[in-house]
Design a protein around this ligand. Sequence first.
Ligand SMILES: Nc1nc2c(c(=O)[nH]1)N[C@H]1C(S)=C(S)[C@@H](COP(=O)(O)OP(=O)(O)OC[C@H]3O[C@@H](n4cnc5c(=O)[nH]c(N)nc54)[C@H](O)[C@@H]3O)O[C@H]1N2
Ligand SMILES: Nc1nc2c(c(=O)[nH]1)N[C@H]1C(S)=C(S)[C@@H](COP(=O)(O)OP(=O)(O)OC[C@H]3O[C@@H](n4cnc5c(=O)[nH]c(N)nc54)[C@H](O)[C@@H]3O)O[C@H]1N2
Ligand code: SF4
Ligand SMILES: [Mo]
Length: 678
Amino acid sequence: MVMTRSYCRFCGALCGILVETDGERVTSVRGDPTHPLSKGYTCPKGRALPAFHHHPDRLDQPLLRGQPTSWDEVLGDLAARLGDIVAAHGPDAVASFVGTGSAFDVNGRRLAERFMQALPSRSRYSTATVDNASKPLVAELMGGHPGLVPAVDHHGATLVLLFGTNPVVSHGHLNAFPDPIVRLRALAARGELWVVDPRHHETARLATRHLAVRPGTDYALLAYLVRSLLEARGGADSAYLEAHTRPEDVDRLREAVAPFDRATAAARCGLAETDLDDLLSAIQRHRRVAGQTGTGVTMSPAANASEWLMWALHIVTGSFDAPGGMWFNPGFMKCFDRRPIRASDGTPGPGPRSRPELPGRWGELPCAALADEIEAGNVRALFVVGGNPLTALAQPDRLAAAFARLDVLVVADVVRTEVTELATHTFACAGQLERADLPGLADTFQVAVAAQYTPAVVPPAGDRRPMWWAFAELARHLGLKLLPKGLEPDTCTDEDLLAIMADRSVASWAELKAAPGVIVASEGSFGWVRRNLLPEGRWRLAPEALVAELATLVDQQPAPLVLIPRRQLRHMNAQLRDGAAGAVRADRPDVLLHPDDARPAGVRSGDLVTVSSAHGSVTGVACLSGELRSGTVSIPHGFAEPNVSRLTASGDADRLSGMTRQSGIPVTVARADPSSGS
Ligand SMILES: Nc1nc2c(c(=O)[nH]1)N[C@H]1C(S)=C(S)[C@@H](COP(=O)(O)OP(=O)(O)OC[C@H]3O[C@@H](n4cnc5c(=O)[nH]c(N)nc54)[C@H](O)[C@@H]3O)O[C@H]1N2
Ligand SMILES: Nc1nc2c(c(=O)[nH]1)N[C@H]1C(S)=C(S)[C@@H](COP(=O)(O)OP(=O)(O)OC[C@H]3O[C@@H](n4cnc5c(=O)[nH]c(N)nc54)[C@H](O)[C@@H]3O)O[C@H]1N2
Ligand code: SF4
Ligand SMILES: [Mo]
């Protein structure tokens, strides 16, 4: 038996783990009690790692049109086809979709991205536009950089607001939330913890107050708070506003939120006026706030306006980049606080050819356009890099038909999925326990300025190869060079690449490698955004595009019954939905309904229920629950059945951010089989 210290790479919490192995067999995973951030905590997904590692559907060899083959064969064939496609249609005909499964493979993700840049192809898609697009958008428009991620000051905040996020289950949206129950209890014990969510979920149960807001109306509640704070003696931090904003922006903000008086906001949000009063006085009492939004907000139709007003609330109360409020993680590897950063103004680039009304942002195109681009013949080859577009993207049936028309569909994954079924070329990638790593993409999302090096726990089984190697080798076949000077695919190691990445980090590569676990540099870093990034230290408080969006919402009419998203503890999107082929417990994709919405349709718990939107319908098992606000239907995503993405549509995308709407979708419910039962 050998014990290796590592960290879990299923989700952004990056919990410290101790992995026990017997030869190449992974026998157990438990929380690392010496890890200062996760403190021994793991969730069932982390503990399912041994079962996932030995999943019967793991890919052991690359596949060519579904048949096991050698890497030489699959990469040689692929290179020839890509060469033809690029020669005939140009490099933009080669697209990539980068998913969550590659987010914690720092070398693999980097080389996949470098490959697209080397082609060079503009047809780059990622889950950013089905997950969080309003966040980088607002960060760029207000702070000048899409990578600014506000995070709760866990050691100083006394008033924490969580809007549309359930960290007990998700462990955070963008912001990592390891050991969530202990952290949330500590926050609630120090002051107040408010949860604003249509569902009284696992996190709401730990809150000091829960507001069951009507989906898609967060902007109205936030507008009311900002409006009230900006009134004379309302509680705004005038010194902060004077130092860190422009007076004309404060006037523009005041004007924009003017329509949202208490009665209007309460009616819109479906909350009592006293709820709004209570939240306002809590803010006035604590003076500073630490508010975080999640996918409940980013997936909603008013995502940009809501995120903007959440930022505005922090700026008006002097809570941004300030102890007791929110800080911005500069990154252990990225070190934004130690170098000048060029500010951008958020002007979008050109959109996809078939959907020119959508924006190109952050070097990507919106996922909402992927099916159109394939159907139009603009995309002929697609790389799926650690993703499951057939459950993650809208209209899966249309997308599957579009995939069938592709000349080439390359899937880089660790297990067989519905997407590898359609693949022409499949890369059998080294899984998380089979590669050395550092937190890359997750660097600035962590709960502290911290980094942990992990060695590979076991060598890659079968003919699995690191994903970075597959892209480097494919590039070599095409006459492109992806690896830094002096490195060749067959002699380079994970560590060679990590060492280069760690070049500019807080600790040296040698220190990272020698450390017995995570290195924590600090648990809060304040002031650097105002110092290094903001022009004259001033936030852009009232970006024109966001002011305009709010104006369109003034007369919004809420729909009577809407779909809302929900995450579950035992699966990570489409991963582990089968309980690693039954080796561990799996979640059931129940359709949660409020009894008041189920009754008129004659639906009882356990019945099969059909949920329909303007775009499609799904059938699942109903579970009646008073924890939901009436007027909402909650369905998790990631399942083949019910595949909730049948209810969303790629035409229903936000013009400003490119984000596909996935919350607040009007739906109806009906018994799937009205003849049975009574
Ligand atoms: N209606 C609706 N739609 C949604 C959502 C919703 O709530 N409702 N949620 C959205 C969100 S937030 C997201 S992030 C997307 C999720 O979209 P995706 O990220 O596309 O989906 P995942 O299921 O996470 O896909 C991860 C894939 O990576 C593979 N994988 C695991 N480990 C590795 C590895 O080490 N290397 C490689 N190469 N692959 C690996 C897994 O086997 C899996 O196939 O879905 C979005 N779509
Ligand atoms: N166990 C587990 N963990 C995960 C994942 C997983 O699949 N399983 N996925 C990972 C990924 S890819 C992501 S992006 C994160 C997401 O992390 P979170 O954003 O925390 O995701 P959820 O837990 O679904 O919480 C979203 C909440 O928004 C609420 N909501 C819906 N609409 C609205 C609205 O209009 N307003 C408000 N205020 N609330 C609303 C829903 O009721 C729900 O409780 O989780 C990550 N972690
Ligand atoms: S919360 Fe669970 S899935 Fe996320 S890193 Fe920790 S153990 Fe892994
Ligand atoms: Mo996500």
